[in-house]
Design a protein around this ligand. Sequence first.
Ligand SMILES: *Cc1c(COP(=O)(O)O)cnc(C)c1O
Length: 362
Amino acid sequence: MTQLDDLPIRDDLRGLSPYGAPQQPVRVAINVNENPYHVPEVVAHRIVEAIARELPGLNRYPDREFTALREKLASYLGHDLTPDQLWAANGSNEIMQQLLQVFAGPGRRVLSFSPSYSMYPLLTRGVGSEFVTASRDDRFAVTPELAREAIEREQPDVTILCTPNNPTGTGMSLETIEAAYAATTGVLIVDEAYAEFRHDGEPSALELLPGRERLVVSRTMSKAFAFAGVRVGYFAAAPVVADAVRLVRLPYHLSALTQAAAGAALDCADVMLGQVEAIRVQRDRIVEEVTALGYAPYPSEANFVLIGGVDDPRAIFEGMLERDILIRDVGLPGTVRVSAGTEEETSAFLAALAELSRPATA
Ligand SMILES: *Cc1c(COP(=O)(O)O)cnc(C)c1O
């Protein structure tokens, strides 16, 4: 049998592991921060109609510039953004890949603040760049000083700030983002995949876009929009940043079906986002109830909670799996991460955790 190592793959890819969050059929899947609610039926009908309109024309390539979708994304985001400031791709992972292809690449360096999203190092290595990390404070926050020092030390070509941060749920102040931008001559990507779940009053980096042409704010329809299966991510930036990624994107990268589905979903944004509040309630409930069980959850602005104070994360993971509940061991000592599910799913998780936390009786 041929092994991976027997193939003439790039030397810098040898020994790496692919992204591999388990995909198992379980009763309660709260391991990859998906939205637990189905696409609402009214929206599903609108999507079917929009896709039906596209079907006869599928012999032709789609609109390479996905003009209608960019208009809808601009009006969804507000902040006086214009369609030429928007760009979309097959998930924000592809957004990130396109940005790294054009602003990083061989011989260049990408900085992020760990712990953060596990795809950043994989995407970085995929484009042949060096991935470097800087640390957060003891509550996983990045202060303006930490950001400035790290950027001055590492001189990155691309800096990625994730806020709210995966896997910790931590938000980031606009002061930190401004400080990072001011400290770098490279591109600053702010990954706001979980933006819609922030507590009220928490700002978005979209506010900082005017006058900052090296700032890119990335978003996704995978989480709040309950659209992970469709693969739609997007960014907002100066129009010239969209020109830059046009240099590397594959022609016609967004299929006509994707464009139609995303457009129809955005036309129903209010309905699509209808469960965000319910998810935020479950998120805050997890923080409260696991605290009562004696754990130390980190404050979360996202749709998941990183729970600290876990003596044996592996045992909790296995104990949950025995109860048909899939959570995430993100490899941070003393923690597990759980996504906020429906009220029922969250109750199942909390009941299981209470059981697993009870001191063993003789
Ligand atoms: C889930 C997630 C995304 C979304 O990725 P898609 O490719 O849009 O599904 C992006 N960034 C972070 C930090 C995430 O956790």
